[in-house]
Design a protein around this ligand. Structure first.
Ligand code: 6PG
Length: 262
């Protein structure tokens, strides 16, 4: 696991953009396309705006990029709570990504229908890898103060899903907004060539310390907080089940403030 700490969210976005560009170049060279999963919430907005800025706009080959989502709130796409809506406002409406290469989770559908529809989308997008987990080049993730990531929340049944790529889930009572979600499952997150967590703010610092400590602990995977379970096998060098790719935590100084010497 690599830890990258930057002074603030803007410099964090710059560092994450460098990594995304590098991954895109490698993917284009190797496979002729770049598959990226966008995170929801509010933190990634700074990165998305940067990728859409004149300084970066033409540094990704959008015509050969495929955009997906790690999770979605079950609301219409232009709703203020929609993760797709946030990405549309900050990035997707500003870049020349062909419409058929933007694969949103259809939050306007009933949750189970949206999950099944998105699973079909993934199966089609990765049909050459039939029988294996879809392997994205980059999966961007955030983390909540409770240690959730994507829409994999502590104590929810979705954490145990190990045969489906996508599931619908309710959210715990303390979560806002109180709407059902659709989320990628751990096997898909763990199959990615690279996972990038992007976190900022003092409010996350305690959970960052706890999750990074858990990720390298000997605790059983089922005991871990959701964010600690991403690449847990790799983190704990579970040689029986080595995870294939990279894991990088991008933190601003505030979110890293309880990690001691960084
Ligand atoms: C969501 C996200 C979720 C998010 C975290 C952090 O749908 O809310 O997928 O996992 O990344 O809740 O959100 P913030 O970036 O707003 O703190």
């Amino acid at each position: 696991m690599e830890l990258i700490v930057q002074p603030d969210i803007e410099s964090l976005a710059q560092a994450a953009a460098v990594r995304i560009m590098a991954a895109s170049e490698a993917a284009m060279a190797a496979r002729g396309r770049f598959t990226v999963v966008l995170a929801g919430g509010s933190t990634p907005a700074a990165l998305y705006r940067l990728l859409a800025a004149p300084s970066h706009l033409n540094r990704l080959d959008w015509l050969r990029t495929e955009v997906f989502f790690g999770d979605e709130r079950c609301v219409p796409p232009r709703h203020e709570w929609s993760n797709y809506g946030m990405a549309w406002r900050t990035l997707l409406s500003h870049v020349p990504l062909p419409a058929d290469r933007c694969h949103r989770i259809k939050g306007e559908l009933p949750p189970a229908v949206a999950a099944s529809d998105y699973a079909s989308t993934l199966a089609h997008a990765f049909e050459s890898q039939a029988g294996t987990w879809p392997q994205f080049d980059i999966i961007l993730l955030g983390m909540g103060e409770d240690g959730h990531t994507a829409s994999l929340f502590p104590g929810m049944a979705a954490l145990a899903e190990n045969s489906k790529t996508v599931v619908a889930t309710e959210v715990p009572a303390y979560v806002s907004p109180q709407v059902p979600r659709v989320t990628l499952t751990f096997p898909v997150l763990n199959a990615a060539r690279e996972v990038m967590f992007l976190l900022a703010g003092q409010a996350k610092a305690a959970m960052v310390r706890r999750v990074l400590a858990e990720a390298s602990s000997e605790e059983g995977e089922e005991e871990l907080l959701p964010a600690a379970r991403v690449r847990a096998a790799q983190e704990r060098e579970d040689r029986a089940r080595p995870a294939p790719g990279k894991l990088t935590w991008f933190l601003d100084r505030a979110a890293a403030s309880q990690l001691g010497e960084v």
